[in-house]
Design a protein around this ligand. Structure first.
Ligand SMILES: CCCCC/C=C\C/C=C\C/C=C\C/C=C\CCCC(=O)SCCNC(=O)CCNC(=O)[C@H](O)C(C)(C)COP(=O)(O)OP(=O)(O)OC[C@H]1O[C@@H](n2cnc3c(N)ncnc32)[C@H](O)[C@@H]1OP(=O)(O)O
Length: 180
């Protein structure tokens, strides 16, 4: 984490604390409602540059016997930290993401992931997050079962212009990138 982190302003477009965030892209595997294979994560805004996300750990997310696949948990952390970046009001993409898996997460759990922006340096957005099991066989809202850090880069619409021909259907996005 760099020493010269700036503390960005919360964008006026970001929902009030406790408000539901819109999906950032309706075809998104993490949060989209137009993605049949997706994880349909939902998010509420925190008090600052933070969000709390929810993931139901379905049987199809199995990796090891009876537990969540590590890649699925990594995706959930990517989505949650990306959604925290919505508090900036600009589009971002993930540049780097790391995860520590601290406890097994059984199928049937409901995970809450709290994610935040720790600060920015130019286009770089540093984030962190932790996951807790709030419902299910080993639920303990005080126990952190996994943590993550990530680096996002703010991007303009031209970033998605290059790949627009690969989009299926007519998705929607609050970032006006729905033309991609
Ligand atoms: C797929 C997303 C769909 C989006 C839909 C529409 C809108 C979304 C809007 C907002 C998002 C809201 C919610 C998001 C929710 C979920 C998150 C999912 C997000 C993803 O799942 S998204 C898919 C995976 N993601 C990619 O597909 C990126 C591929 N990649 C690239 O497109 C480039 O790689 C890029 C753009 C990352 C950088 O390229 P670039 O040319 O713009 O920037 P450049 O290289 O100049 O670096 C500038 C400064 O960043 C430092 N830097 C760069 N990379 C670094 C790294 N890895 N580690 C450490 N430092 C790094 C440099 O060192 C320099 O630092 P310094 O300023 O100090 O010199």
């Amino acid at each position: 984490m760099p020493d010269d982190l700036a503390a960005p302003e919360r964008a006026p477009s970001f929902p009030a604390p406790g408000g539901q965030l819109p999906q950032h892209w309706s075809k998104c595997f993490g949060c989209g409602d137009d993605q049949p294979a997706g994880m349909t994560m939902t998010f509420v805004a925190g008090e600052g540059l933070d969000v709390t996300g929810r993931l139901e750990v379905a049987k199809k997310y199995q990796g090891g016997p009876g537990v969540i696949h590590g890649g699925i948990l990594t995706t959930a952390f990517d989505e949650a930290q990306g959604m925290a970046c919505m508090s900036l009001g600009t589009a971002v993409v993930t540049g780097h993401l790391e995860v520590d898996f601290a406890r097994p997460i059984p199928l049937g759990s409901v995970l809450e992931i709290h994610a935040r922006i720790d600060g920015t340096v130019r286009r770089k957005v540093y984030t962190s997050a932790e996951a807790r099991i709030v419902s299910g066989p080993t639920a303990d809202p005080d126990a952190v079962v996994a943590t993550s850090r990530a680096l996002f880069l703010t991007v303009g619409a031209e970033h998605f212009e290059k790949v627009k021909n690969f989009v299926d259907g007519t998705p929607s996005s609050p970032f006006e990138t729905s033309s991609v």
